[in-house]
Design a protein around this ligand. Structure first.
Ligand code: UGA
Length: 431
């Protein structure tokens, strides 16, 4: 099929490259001319394992192209995926202005039947509004359909998630649109659920909110475990073995970040409120997460009356491993509080340093080239992101290079007994 993907961010680039890899002709469109120039010269603007390879193969074989000419991209395509950003507004609701802008271009460029598919995460009923907006600019009254096909890609494993999804959700309001998307996804051999558009839109928000709720739930249980002297890892295992609960997303830690869970939680709270339902449960999920991010500080303050001039090593800055994404990363909240308390911070991350430097400017913190360098002379070490390389550090070397011996394991990656034996004072989450 001839496909246009509008928006060459995480979602658009992965979706476009994967559809090209399945044999379709894909054009990725973005109004950021610099980004398109980079992509056309083989530079991938984001870190996503496997993406550079996928882009270069499919570009070379002529199935994947990039342009900033939206009209041309649209008029040559049969299916148009909208993958532009839907950032939060001040009240938490989703800002749909980028989608509105794209809808105007689509309406004005329609030259034959096209299926327009929402890939971006949007509030329920956006499909109806999208149809109306496109229609307004569709002067030639060309036939088109709107569909919802939410993405369930995780940063860091997005390509695997695309190729091997737990499910594909297709929200349509007629058979013709359903057939186009069923044919497109046929090669994946994945379970496909066809629904109406409103339900598909809610499936995406509800799934992210439910996963956020699982994380906040286990973090709340971790806090109880800390008080009771139990081990949250064992508790999570015992709970997860019940098929009705499931083991996934029960890793206690210092909270969730990234641009999906926090934003989608707020957006679902906002749209529910607009529709007349006060979603208090989700507000508490958010509150628990906000507090959880700062638990390393609470632990340090129990040890020391003041954090002034304490040297703190931070290992991991990205909101999770295998990404360079710093958006709403717990590291930002932790470092900001440490700086406001007068601590000195040295930080290391395998790939997010460049993005972190844009957030912490003017030498506010020191960035280290190796994890060992970050820990040199530190009073305390905080593990913020569970990169694999931190699991295999020479912890004795780390301990011997530190001034004091506090280890705050924000992601429960170490065995408390083993690290205590090395001379650390270990503080995990709920164990
Ligand atoms: C999430 C969803 O998992 C995807 O299905 C969805 O498509 C995506 O949002 C989106 O809406 O675009 P992502 O934000 O990339 O994906 O990352 P996750 O792997 O879900 O992790 C989110 C956060 O939860 C991270 O900060 C992670 O550290 C935290 N987390 C996750 C925990 O604290 N404990 C867990 O057990 C799992």
């Amino acid at each position: 099929m001839k496909i246009a993907v509008i928006g060459a961010g995480y979602v658009g680039l992965v979706t476009g490259s994967c559809f090209a890899d399945l044999g379709n002709d894909v054009v990725c469109i973005d109004n950021d001319t610099e980004k398109i120039k980079k992509l056309n010269s083989g530079v991938i603007p984001i870190y996503e394992p496997g993406l550079d390879n996928l882009v270069s193969i499919n570009t070379l074989e002529g199935r994947l192209t990039f342009t900033d000419n939206i009209e041309q991209g649209i008029s040559n395509s049969e299916v148009i995926f909208i993958a532009v950003g839907t950032p939060p507004k001040d009240d938490g609701s989703a800002d749909l202005s980028a989608i509105e802008n794209v809808a105007k271009h689509i309406g004005a460029s329609l030259n034959s039947y096209k299926l327009i598919v929402e890939k971006s995460t949007v509030p329920v009923r956006t499909g109806e509004w999208l149809r109306g907006t496109i229609e307004k600019y569709n002067r030639n009254k060309v036939e088109f359909d709107v569909a919802s096909n939410p993405e369930f890609l995780r940063e860091g494993s997005a390509i695997q998630d695309f190729i091997n999804p737990d499910r594909v959700v297709i929200g349509v309001n007629n058979e013709k649109a359903a057939q186009v998307l069923l044919k497109l996804y046929e090669p994946l051999n994945a379970p496909i659920l066809v629904t109406d558009i409103n339900s598909a839109e809610i499936i995406k928000h509800a799934s992210n909110a439910f996963l956020s709720m699982k994380i906040s739930f286990i973090n709340a249980i971790a806090n109880v475990c800390d008080l009771a002297g139990a081990d949250v890892k064992k508790v999570a295992k015992g709970m997860g073995l019940d098929n009705r609960i499931g083991e996934g997303f029960l890793n206690a830690g210092i909270g969730f970040g990234g641009f999906c869970f926090p934003k989608d939680l707020d957006a679902l709270i906002a749209i529910s409120n607009k529709l007349g339902y006060d979603f208090n449960l989700l507000k508490e999920v958010r509150n628990i997460n906000d507090k959880q991010k700062l638990t390393p500080i609470v632990k340090l303050k129990k040890l020391w009356p003041s954090l002034k001039d304490k040297e703190i090593a931070i290992l991991g800055l990205a909101f999770k491993p295998n990404t360079d994404d710093m958006r709403l990363a717990p590291a930002i909240d932790i470092i900001n509080v440490l700086l406001s308390e007068g601590s000195k911070v040295k930080a290391y991350d395998p790939v997010a340093l460049e993005n972190a430097k844009k957030i912490f400017r003017n030498g506010a913190i020191t960035f280290s080239e190796t994890p060992y360098d970050a820990c040199l002379n530190a009073d305390a070490l905080i593990i913020v992101t569970e990169w694999n390389q931190f699991k295999y550090l020479d912890l004795l070397k780390v301990k011997n290079s530190m001034k004091d011996n506090i280890l705050i394991d924000g992601r429960n990656i170490y065995d408390p007994h083993k690290v205590n034996k090395l001379g650390f004072r270990y503080f995990g989450v709920g164990r």
